[in-house]
Design a binder for this molecule. Structure first.
Ligand code: AMP
Length: 423
């Protein structure tokens, strides 16, 4: 027997029944992106692996373990290709490559699309998943107003989907300099406890000490809670910036919690960082996250430092959290049924005319008895059925039946279009 194929682990088919919820999510998000003046950008699903390594940092978990490489595709002296694990690196690469800086001002960009990570699959954690996100990139564009606007945009998209149980946490990492001071201080403070840290955190002690702060391990949490973390490592300027971001969020009515332990896993963040989670999701509860990154453009070959901030929201997670708010599938307007085969040619033309008239129309291509076609019509959920037999062919009409009331009348195709459009 021929082999039966199943989809790769950690991926999912999005079936027709799930599509209305995806469309709803995408169209609400697009509406908000446009209201906030973000323009869509579509970049390839794969890039040079080194782009991800350089942007996310060699030491990040994603780069160390999760890039799905396309090992057979190596060209010239490139570093090999890999599927994108997130959107920021590609968007920044496109910003530089297309000289968007020359246009001046702020490039406000958004994207919606699949991302890929070689993770161990579990509920809420896939190897191919979807993110929608924004990046606002422009020289000297760092502003506590923009930070608050970007955070409010993420929050407003989630609210527009009916979500209200999520929590927004914010923090600041300060400037590059502040960050370096903080990591030095952290290492000093953690040194006496290293032996008691989890294995993962011990490995992170050297390569990415910040990540110990948001470790999920109980022992690590206990050690971190005794560190009495505070913002003493921040410059006055960074502290003022952060205070203004918080004041702006309050002015916009955005509720937030401050968390000094929120550090995000990637090297590129500076100043404002944030994370949105929904406790109803269980272990994988992050809906999205983002932050400011001031050095990525220069790190990726864009010359000088260009200010930028962005976020990414996980679409599967949003849909999981919003699943009780199911949206209705677009209903088919009319299903055409023939009394016998001689009506097929006429019916085929009628379906075309109905569609040209702006209606959603369909017919059963399998034919069969009128009774079996009517069963298909019922199942399709169409609002109307248009029945065509000998008489209708002669009169160039259809017998239009309203499925819910059972009312029917013989009318022309033009009248049918008119009637259905007005009900
Ligand atoms: P990150 O870039 O890891 O901060 O991811 C941003 C958001 O994307 C997360 O908050 C999740 O909602 C979603 N996400 C990240 N990784 C996965 C995954 N493997 N499967 C499903 N969603 C994910």
């Amino acid at each position: 027997m021929a082999k039966k194929f199943t989809l790769p682990r950690g991926t999912a088919d999005i079936l027709p029944a799930d599509i209305p919820a995806w469309h709803d999510l995408e169209s609400k998000a697009r509406h908000y992106f446009s209201k906030y003046n973000y323009k869509e950008i579509r970049t390839p699903n794969f890039e040079e692996v080194e782009l991800f390594a350089r942007s996310m940092g060699q030491t990040s978990d994603v780069v160390q373990k999760q890039i799905l490489g396309l090992s057979s595709q190596k060209e010239g002296n490139d570093s090999g290709l890999g599927l994108r694990p997130e959107g920021t690196a590609s968007v920044v690469r496109a910003y530089i490559q297309n000289g968007m800086e020359r246009v001046g001002g702020l490039a406000k960009l958004f994207y919606i699309g699949p991302m890929f990570r070689g993770e161990r699959p579990q509920k809420g954690r896939l190897r191919q998943f979807h993110q929608m996100g924004v990046e606002a990139i422009g020289p000297d564009s760092a502003s506590p107003y923009l930070d608050a606007e970007v955070i409010a945009l993420a929050v407003n998209i989630l609210k527009s989907l009916g979500l209200n149980g999520f929590k927004l946490k914010i923090n600041t990492l300060g400037s590059q300099e502040d960050k370096a001071n903080f990591s030095q201080k952290l290492r000093e403070d953690l040194k006496p406890h290293v032996a008691r840290l989890s294995e993962e955190s011990q490995a992170r002690f050297e390569r990415n000490v910040f990540r110990i702060l948001d470790s999920k391990s109980k022992e690590d949490k206990a050690i971190v809670s005794q560190l009495n973390l505070n913002y003493s490592y921040l410059s006055d300027e960074s502290l003022q910036y952060y205070a203004k971001v918080k004041a702006n969020l309050t002015a916009l009515g955005v509720e937030f919690e401050e968390s000094i332990e929120l550090v995000r896993g990637l090297d590129y963040y500076t100043h404002t960082v944030f994370e949105i989670s929904d406790p109803s999701l269980g272990a994988q509860d992050a809906l999205g996250a983002g932050g400011r990154y001031g050095t990525l453009v220069s790190q990726l070959g864009g010359g000088k430092n260009v200010d930028a901030i962005g976020f990414a929201l996980g679409m599967e997670r949003i849909l999981l959290a919003a699943k009780d708010m199911a949206s209705v599938d677009a209903q088919l307007d009319v299903f055409v049924v023939t009394m016998d085969e001689t009506a097929n040619d006429f019916a085929f033309k009628v379906v075309d005319e109905l569609r040209a008239g702006g209606l959603g129309a369909d017919m059963s291509f399998k034919g069969g008895s009128s009774k079996s076609q009517m069963r298909v019509a019922n199942k399709s959920g169409a609002r109307y059925m248009a029945i065509i037999g000998e008489q209708e062919m002669k009169n160039k009409t259809v017998t239009l039946k309203h499925m819910a009331s059972g009312e029917q009348q013989e009318i022309s195709v033009t009248e049918t279009i008119e009637k259905i459009k007005n009900t």
